[in-house]
Design a protein around this ligand. Structure first.
Ligand code: ADP
Length: 456
């Protein structure tokens, strides 16, 4: 069922309960009032007749009958009886009462305990004692309240018809209101339908309002913003990655083509093949990093974590960096710790090793002395690794940017690289809940500090 119809129906049920209850109360009060009024009429008929009969000496049964027969206040199908103090029927006019058998015991009980009433669908009766001093007569009056009951029935009919028409109106108005209230939602749905993966730049105009639906639209627009950025970053990544791959591939094919142009000496072949091999290594490193990057970016939940001894990993990274280029020098300092746990973190060994290799390689690569100084410190709450060098340094303006994918500082122009290493370092640090930053000035060397925190 659509929300619009459901809301209208709920509105209808609620309104009909309230209006229905109000009508029932009004009807009950009207019925009570009618009965009270008719009782008053019956009582005054009985009292007047008894008073004429008992108080006026000139009025006898015969005269009274004549007077009463012509009385304009007689009830419809009226029965009127007066009993004296000895329970003798001293006057009767009109119909049989029918509703009650009048016995001496009943009359006595009326005198002692008060009025007796009887009501059926078409007839009502009231028996009461007429308390004249010393004379305890009883009047029994019965009749039909045609006018009162007719009025009541008419009122009930009007109320029922009003109620039914009201229900229809309430349902229609409720539905119209619900449609109006939900129309922004409908518009939001239309807006969302027009936004496709290929056109994420569109936004819902509803996001400018202040109501709840505008809040949904704002959240949706934010989501689109993030999606658009993610799509753009992905496109960028692919473009940059393929560009970085193409450069060494072009160099390799260029060198091979030149080599094949004519017959070469063994020395030439050796030189060319060495150069090609170097490009192949670079390509290999690039593809490894891209692979790691893709893994760290897309499947963070699938990465397995285990306790990793950072000192051991550091020595392994050092060996790897020295193996890549024999010129590289790496000094490792491990601050004294109370226990091995202080230099152990919960992490992924492959990713952490890549983080260390990248930082140490950069330190060697961007300094003329190819010298990296690595310091490992650890305590119960924190573990930090500092990788410092005496190289070209980094301009303050680039401190943030060097961590972006494929960004290379202008000062790195003469050095080979792809601009991926530091973005990978940042991503790996974040995956381990840590932070990385650089302290450096142009020409004054650089110090990269990675901090991991642990809750014990
Ligand atoms: P790559 O070294 O392949 O260019 P990175 O992502 O590792 O890519 O580094 C990004 C940029 O940061 C480098 O191009 C360089 O400009 C700068 N950089 C990184 N490490 C150092 C360092 N130790 N000294 C000076 N500049 C550095």
């Amino acid at each position: 069922m659509r929300i619009r119809t459901r809301l209208a129906l709920q509105f209808l049920v609620l309104a009909s309960l309230i209006v229905g209850a109000a009508f029932i109360v009004v009807y009950a009060r009207a019925a009570e009032f009618r009965q009270e009024q008719f009782h008053d009429r019956m009582r005054s008929r009985g009292e007047n007749t008894a008073s004429l009969l008992l108080d006026v000496a000139e009025v006898d049964d015969h005269l009274l009958r004549k007077i009463e027969q012509k009385s304009p206040v007689r009830l419809v199908k009226e029965g009127l009886s007066i009993y004296d103090a000895n329970n003798a029927l001293i006057f009767h006019l009109g119909e049989d009462h029918g509703l009650l058998e009048i016995t001496p015991a009943l009359l006595d009980s009326i005198r002692k305990q008060g009025d007796v009433e009887r009501i059926t669908n078409d007839r009502e009766l009231l028996a009461f004692s007429v308390n004249k001093p010393n004379e305890r007569s009883v009047a029994v009056v019965s009749g039909q309240d045609l006018y009162g009951r007719g009025k009541l029935q008419d009122q009930a009919r009007v109320m029922l018809v009003t109620f039914l028409i009201g229900l229809v109106l309430i349902f229609l108005i409720g539905r119209a209101f619900a449609r109006r209230a939900l129309s922004p939602l409908q518009r939001l749905v239309m807006d969302l339908r027009t936004i496709s993966a290929s056109d994420l730049s569109r936004r819902s105009a509803l996001g400018k309002g202040t109501d709840e639906i505008a809040q949904v639209a704002v959240s949706f627009n934010d989501l689109l913003e993030r999606l658009e950025a993610a799509f753009a970053a992905q496109k960028n990544f692919i473009a940059n990655a393929s560009h970085e791959m193409r450069t060494p591939l072009t160099a390799i094919s260029g060198q091979l083509e030149v080599l094949l142009l004519k017959e070469r000496s063994g020395e030439d072949y050796r030189n060319a093949l060495n150069s090609v091999l170097e490009d192949m290594h670079s390509l290999n490193r690039l593809s490894n990093r891209l692979l790691l990057m893709a893994q760290a970016e897309t499947d963070a939940t699938g990465i397995s974590f285990a306790p990793v001894r950072m000192d051991e990993l550091l020595w392994a990274a050092r060996s790897e960096v020295i193996r890549t280029d024999a010129q590289n020098r790496v000094d490792v300092f491990i601050a004294e710790v109370e226990e091995a746990a202080d230099i152990t973190i919960q992490g992924n060994e492959i990713l952490l090793r890549s983080l260390l290799v990248n930082l140490i390689e950069n330190a060697c690569k961007y300094s003329n002395d190819h010298h990296a100084i690595v310091t490992l410190k650890g305590n119960r709450t924190q573990l930090s690794i500092e990788v410092a060098d005496h190289g070209s340094g980094i301009d303050t303006a680039d401190h943030e940017r060097i961590f972006q994918q494929f960004y290379r500082a202008p000062s790195a122009a003469g050095t080979k690289g792809h601009g991926i290493g530091l973005s990978l370092v940042k991503r790996i640090t974040e995956l381990h809940g840590g932070r990385v930053h650089v302290e450096s000035e142009l020409g004054a060397g650089a110090r990269f500090i990675v901090s991991f925190y642990r809750a014990r």
